[in-house]
Design a protein around this ligand. Structure first.
Ligand SMILES: [Zn+2]
Length: 168
């Protein structure tokens, strides 16, 4: 069974808030990773992202960066990766545009879906960011609700949360 994490968060796209104020000096690239996150095997699926330090509720944890592609291309790449048992990480940032984070080093691309997540994924000005929904203790697996995926309900959810919707 290939490991395939494809995030197509239609709900996140629909709720894109207005532009956020800059929080850094001009001309200085920000490090989008705000809290330490480590990648290791997950009980949910494949590799997961885990908090390596305490993360307070509502704080930005980090971003997933990658290659900007059309959503049509993203779906084609996801299908090809599924066939080739490769790893592909896609996030839709609008109706027509997606980010392919397959070659990204950002640890949050390994975040698994959970029906009882501790992070929320937000798309802001084409950037994909994760925020803590509650206080997160060191060692907890970081999860987000994916929304609609290219699996279209054909993939079983193994998050184990009470009230799990059962499919992705
Ligand atoms: Zn579930």
């Amino acid at each position: 069974m290939p490991t395939l994490k494809t995030l197509i968060p239609a709900s996140a796209v629909a709720s894109t808030p207005p532009s956020a104020p800059a929080d850094r000096p001009k001309g200085q690239p920000a490090n989008p990773q705000k809290y330490a996150v480590e990648v290791r095997p997950s009980a949910i699926e494949g590799q997961g992202a885990f908090a390596a330090e305490f993360i307070p509720a509502r704080r930005k944890i980090g971003e997933i960066r990658g290659e900007h592609v059309s959503t049509k291309e993203a779906f084609a790449r996801a299908r090809a990766a599924e066939r080739d048992s490769g790893h592909v990480f896609m996030v839709a940032i609008s109706e027509h545009a997606s980010i392919d984070a397959s070659a990204s080093a950002d640890p949050l691309r390994f975040a698994n879906h959970s029906c009882a997540p501790n992070m929320v994924l937000k798309v802001q000005q084409g950037r994909v960011a994760f925020y803590a929904l509650r206080d997160i203790e060191p060692g907890e697996e970081l999860t987000a609700r994916y929304g609609t995926t290219h699996h279209a309900g054909r993939l079983s959810c193994r998050c184990g949360a009470p009230g799990c919707i059962g499919t992705l």
